[in-house]
Design a protein around this ligand. Structure first.
Ligand code: ADP
Length: 426
């Protein structure tokens, strides 16, 4: 019995020496102790102890140490080490001892090539059968997976084809809808332009006639007649303003507006417009103040008539939408490249959810419609177009019920002298 175990004992010693060499004497002893599951110091006698291990302990020791070699030095190193031990043992012991005693100590996965050499014909056949069954299973699983994936791919391709068809159809529908919208827009613009032009002449005729009558050129007017005719004249003026706005917006849309740029004094423009609007302001009890009015600042590069329309629209709005007895504050802020103008009122303000539409053509906010003020919703559209054509920006802040502050900028005239500010008016 003792004799028969010699090859296995020899392997234990080889493993122990190798552990001593690689990890040091103390660690080699530790491996041995953990295989024996006890605490006993072997001192220098570790090799002797390794030789005396029982078959069970030897199995634990070999498995533990081989796992440690594998973890610390890798599979290749461990395989090479075990092969060299085996060569050693083959020189000392018969094949039978190696197959019966040594190979069972080597964990599965190591020295597999060698292990096969020691298998009997029956064992080999059994291995081949096992492997064949394993391969068949893998193959079946693979076929199944390929079938599933092919099916999935077919489904995805089908879905993509359907989506592509749908997209092409939608694209076509959208193109047609767009074309229809564009045509409708053209028809609408054409209609507005024709109507506005047609209205202009009779409205001017009415104005001319009314003025004639109001000036007393066609005879004396009783007070009441005069009052009614003045009302008619006012309404006619509003109509003329509306028609002019419509024509202005139409010219912007069709790119027909001509600008003639020169050096312009913004303060003079604002003063002139404020003067014109003072009857309206007075009628509503609205006062106008200057939040900032520098003594002098640069002239801007612009078209006087168009910039006048900007002041006209913004100031008219701030009077129209202000509270009775409200205050409007106008500020001029010159900077190196541009002048910023701000016009602030404390009126009805613009509801938050409608602020994004405020520069759209014909748009009027709900609270403005409710307040029963007159308006076309064209003023801000025209104003923005003019400011942007000058290379400036326009924006506003507002809280419903608290008022609006509009700001716009106009680039300064390069190399122009400072524009003298007129004396403060308010
Ligand atoms: P409108 O002729 O209706 O005044 P605008 O284009 O000048 O047309 O203005 C568009 C809309 O913007 C107005 O109908 C109103 O809802 C809102 N708005 C413009 N300015 C003011 C303001 N100062 N205060 C409150 N709302 C304003």
């Amino acid at each position: 019995m003792q004799e028969k175990e010699r090859a296995a004992r020899r392997l234990s010693v080889l493993l122990f020496r190798s552990a001593e060499e690689l990890f040091g004497a103390n660690r080699a002893n530790d491996f041995l102790l953990s295989a024996l599951e006890k605490r006993e110091d072997f001192g220098a006698g570790g090799e002797v102890a390794a030789e005396k291990l029982s078959p069970e302990e030897r199995k634990r020791f070999a498995a533990g140490l081989i796992r440690k070699l594998h973890d610390d030095f890798g599979a290749d190193f461990t395989e090479k080490k075990l092969s060299s031990f085996l060569e050693h043992l083959k020189r000392e012991f018969p094949e039978k001892s190696i197959s019966d005693e040594v190979m069972p100590l080597i964990p599965v996965g190591f020295l597999e090539g060698e292990r096969l050499k020691f298998l009997s014909k029956e064992e080999l056949e059994e291995r081949v059968l096992e492997k064949t069954a394993e391969l068949r299973e893998i193959n079946e699983h693979l076929e199944e997976t390929i079938k599933e994936r092919t099916e999935e791919l077919r489904r995805i391709v089908g879905e993509q084809e359907r989506a592509a068809h749908l997209l092409v159809r939608r694209d076509l529908e959208l193109t047609r809808a767009n074309e229809r919208l564009r045509r409708m827009d053209e028809i609408k613009s054409g209609f507005i332009s024709v109507v506005a032009h047609q209205l202009r002449t009779p409205l001017s005729g009415i104005k001319w006639t009314l003025n004639l009558v109001l000036n007393g050129e066609l005879g004396f007017l009783a007070e009441e007649q005069r009052a009614f005719l003045l009302k008619a004249n006012e309404s006619n003026d509003r109509m003329i303003a509306l028609v002019n706005d419509m024509l202005g917006a139409d010219r912007i849309e069709s790119g027909k507006v001509r600008y003639s740029f020169r050096a312009v004094n913004l303060l003079d423009l604002a003063d002139a417009v404020l003067f014109e609007l003072s009857p309206q302001a007075l009628a509503r009890g609205v006062s106008v103040r200057f939040a900032s009015r520098p003594k002098s600042f640069p002239l801007v590069h612009g078209d006087g008539e168009q910039l006048r329309a900007v002041f006209q629209n913004l100031l008219d709005n701030s009077i129209k939408y202000s509270r009775p007895q409200g205050t409007i504050q106008v500020g001029f802020y010159p900077r190196a490249e541009e002048i910023e103008v701000s016009i602030q009122d404390d009126g009805i303000g613009i509801p938050r959810e409608q602020q994004k539409n405020i520069f759209d053509r014909f748009f009027r906010a709900q609270n403005a419609i409710k307040a029963e003020t007159e308006g076309s919703g064209l003023g801000l559209f025209i104003v923005r177009s003019i400011v942007e054509r000058h290379g400036g920006r326009i924006w506003f802040e507002s809280e419903e019920g608290k008022g609006v502050t509009f700001h716009f900028t106009v680039p300064v005239e390069r190399g122009a002298p400072s524009g003298g500010a007129a004396a403060p008016r308010a």
